[in-house]
Every structure is written in structure tokens, then in C-alpha cells.
Design a protein around this ligand. Structure first.
Ligand SMILES: [Zn+2]
Ligand SMILES: [Zn+2]
Length: 234
């Protein structure tokens, strides 16, 4: 039998394995050691029912209330569910995944993504937040699309990014909130969106601005509702 050396993608510790075919199979699927996997902090209630921010009781947080009070932003995003708290550890895992290009790390989130989809968003059509052409060439993959591939249903690539990420992130938070620029547009068959529940997929929910901007073209095409599923809550 060929010996496969496998290490944790994050801390590089060798992964231990029981020598049975079944264990070997799941061991090869494993990307993080038990310790690194165990350090991921799942988000769960009590939390903000709209954005997954940890709270003392289930309610709507001040930021979400502000979104809904603001004319241009209200009603765009029905709900965001994030899987894990964006602490130092998850920050490192996501940066290995996204910036060092360790695409296989997406599998760390597969089970939780699938479970959450089935439990909370069954029937919704996943739509990954797109990268600009320029960023896609630079990175080689779209981290959101690889996450969307982990879901039990096919995703739709019906959004394109028409304003590149650099221009957006150079603005201050206040500038971003107040700019109504449209970084995304719709492509494809409108009939496949009309009346549907669309589910935006991304790695991190930070302010929620990007996700709300991405919801606009989908709602314009007649989507019934737009929600979001993200790995980390910043
Ligand atoms: Zn590890
Ligand atoms: Zn909230």
C-alpha cells in the first residue's frame, strides 16, 4: 500500500490516521488537524436573526435596524447566516485559502455549508459573489464560487462584477455606505431568477454592504427574496 503523507494545511502537523480503508479515505479528505478544526468557533443563537452577530438574546442588532431604516438599503437582504466567528484563527485559515491559494481548504467548510443550506435555505439558488476579471486572473480562483460548489445544488453565475474591488476597498466605510455605485450587474436568463429565493455566497460578512449591492440586480430581475450564506462573521 502506498503511504500518503498528509499534513494539516494550517499548522503543518502530520494528520494521524487509523489504517483502515474507511479511515484512510476520510483522512485523505481531512484538511485540518483536530486541533485546528476544533478551534473554529461555530456561530449559533442567541444572535441577530438578520446577520448572525452574537447577541445576549435573539433579536435584530443595531446595524441591521439601521439598514432597514435607510431608504436605499432597506429590504435588500432578508437574512445572512454566517457559520463561524471571524477570530484570529479563522482569519489565518481564510487567508491560507484565499491569498495563498490553498483551494482544497474549502472542504473544511463543506459539511457545515451543506447542513446549513438544507436546514435554512432549502430550495434557494446559490449565487457566488463574483470577482472582477482582473482579480480573478490574479488569484486564479473565486473563493466564493469554490464555496458555492460545496452546496448540494448547482449554483448560478448570474452576477458579474463591473466595478473592481480595489476601487471599492480604497473608500472609507462611511464612503462605501454612502456610495450607491453599482458594482454588480445581472447576466443570463431572467426567467431563472423571477420569483425565486436567491442565496448569495461569500467568505466573509463584514459590513454587509457588498451583499446588499449584489442583491440589487437580483431583485430587479424579480427575485422573490435574497439571503446570504457566508463562512465568517467579521
Ligand atoms: Zn493544525
Ligand atoms: Zn444584525
Amino acid at each position: 500500500m502506498k503511504i500518503v503523507y498528509n499534513r494539516c494545511r494550517q499548522c503543518l502537523h502530520p494528520l494521524s490516521a487509523n489504517i483502515s480503508w474507511e479511515a484512510l479515505f476520510s483522512w485523505q479528505q481531512k484538511k485540518l488537524c483536530d486541533e485546528c478544526q476544533g478551534k473554529l468557533k461555530s456561530l449559533k443563537a442567541p444572535w441577530c436573526l438578520y446577520c448572525s452577530r452574537p447577541m445576549v438574546r435573539n433579536e435584530c442588532c443595531a446595524d441591521c435596524r439601521r439598514w432597514e431604516r435607510t431608504r436605499h438599503w432597506s429590504g435588500l437582504l432578508a437574512r445572512n447566516i454566517s457559520l463561524f466567528s471571524y477570530d484570529g484563527h479563522l482569519q489565518e485559515v481564510i487567508s491560507t485559502y484565499k491569498y495563498r491559494g490553498d483551494v482544497a481548504l474549502a472542504h473544511v467548510f463543506t459539511e457545515t455549508l451543506k447542513r446549513t443550506y438544507r436546514k435554512k435555505f432549502k430550495g434557494a439558488i446559490p449565487v457566488p459573489i463574483p470577482l472582477s476579471q482582473e482579480r480573478l486572473l490574479e488569484r486564479g480562483f473565486n473563493q466564493a464560487a469554490v464555496l458555492a460548489e460545496q452546496l448540494p445544488v448547482a449554483y448560478s453565475a448570474c452576477l458579474v462584477r463591473v466595478v473592481d474591488e480595489g476601487k471599492q476597498s480604497k473608500q472609507t466605510r462611511r464612503g462605501r455606505l454612502h456610495s450607491h455605485a453599482r458594482p454588480f450587474s445581472f447576466q443570463g436568463d431572467a426567467a431563472r431568477v423571477a420569483g425565486k429565493h436567491m442565496l448569495l455566497i461569500d467568505d466573509i460578512y463584514t459590513t454587509g454592504t457588498t451583499l446588499r449591492k449584489a442583491a440589487v440586480p437580483l431583485l430587479e430581475q424579480g427575485a422573490k427574496q435574497v439571503s446570504a450564506l457566508t463562512v465568517a462573521r467579521g
